[in-house]
Design a protein around this ligand. Structure first.
Ligand code: APR
Length: 257
């Protein structure tokens, strides 16, 4: 493992443009549940006997907002009750040292921003949990934390409409602005792509890895389990994100950059 970490550190030290793709496994080390795989919250069904993809979907939010909010609130409480970990801080440090380093995250916990990742080089492709906005009158700026203390679903104090967070639910489209930023950066190309704690369940997560590979770039993965990406990456670091990322950054000594 040590030699492999060194290998990845050397490749990142050489690279100018780096894309780090993160998923729930990174925040698992903050104590948040993952969705699938090791420690996955949703490997089964909800209490109502639904697949979580149905409970946490755009159509369900409209049809039965209380049911959808039961699971949104579960995610919200977990995120508000934890903090970024050493892995998030290590990535923010990598971005400080490497002005061409971008983070593409599927996480909605806001921990990359909290750890100091610059918003200009952060793409939150599944949106964020706060502030809530009204689905009817579109009024914004409702704090999630405040509404989690009240009966669900949260309601707009102006028109009584159901509030929602600006996250991407199942069966919803990705935010156009974030998708556009991602496409612009992908078109510019990356010398190295590092996937951290993701099951890579979506094409837009797998694609940047394959693209870098096709272009002769370096690819690596940090995940305690083998998965979708493992066969395609140059190096698979089989460990937890909060453990491996700080080691990796320590190896990228400033004199090599
Ligand atoms: N360090 C690194 N990886 C870990 C750790 C850890 N400590 N613990 C678990 N993992 C890995 C698991 O092995 C798994 O491959 O993290 C991955 C988590 O996968 P998912 O739960 O599917 O998370 P993610 O890939 O982010 O899911 C994508 O699906 O429903 C959603 O919208 C939700 O953004 C989420 C999306």
């Amino acid at each position: 493992m040590h030699a492999q970490i060194q290998l990845v550190a050397q490749a990142l030290a050489r690279a100018e443009r780096i894309l780090v793709i993160t998923g729930a496994g990174l925040s698992a080390d903050s104590g948040l549940p993952t969705y699938r795989g090791l420690g996955g919250l949703y490997n089964g069904h909800t209490e109502e006997g639904l697949p979580i993809e149905a409970a946490l979907s755009g159509p369900m939010l409209r049809r039965d907002p209380a049911l959808c909010w039961k699971y949104l609130a579960e995610i919200g409480r977990a995120c508000l009750g934890a903090r970024p970990n050493a892995g998030h801080f290590a990535l923010a440090e990598l971005q400080r040292r490497k002005p061409g380093c971008w983070v593409l995250t599927q996480n909605v916990d806001g921990y990359h921003r909290a750890a100091g990742s610059p918003v200009q080089r952060l793409i939150e492709i599944h949106g964020e949990l706060s502030p809530l906005f009204c689905m009817d009158c579109r009024q914004r700026s409702f704090e999630l934390a405040e509404h989690l203390q009240r009966p669900l679903p949260p309601r707009c104090d102006r028109c009584g409409g159901v509030l929602r967070p600006p996250v991407v639910l199942f069966e919803e489209l990705l935010p156009e602005a974030e998708l556009g930023r991602l496409q612009t950066q992908l078109a510019l190309g990356f010398d190295a792509v590092l996937a951290v704690g993701t099951s890579a369940s979506f094409a837009y997560i797998v694609e940047p890895v394959l693209r870098a590979r096709r272009g002769g770039g370096f690819t690596a993965e940090i995940n305690p389990q083998a998965g979708e990406l493992s066969a395609f990456v140059d190096v698979h670091l089989e460990g937890g994100a909060a453990d491996v990322l700080p080691q990796l950054i320590r190896h990228i000594s400033s004199d090599k950059i």
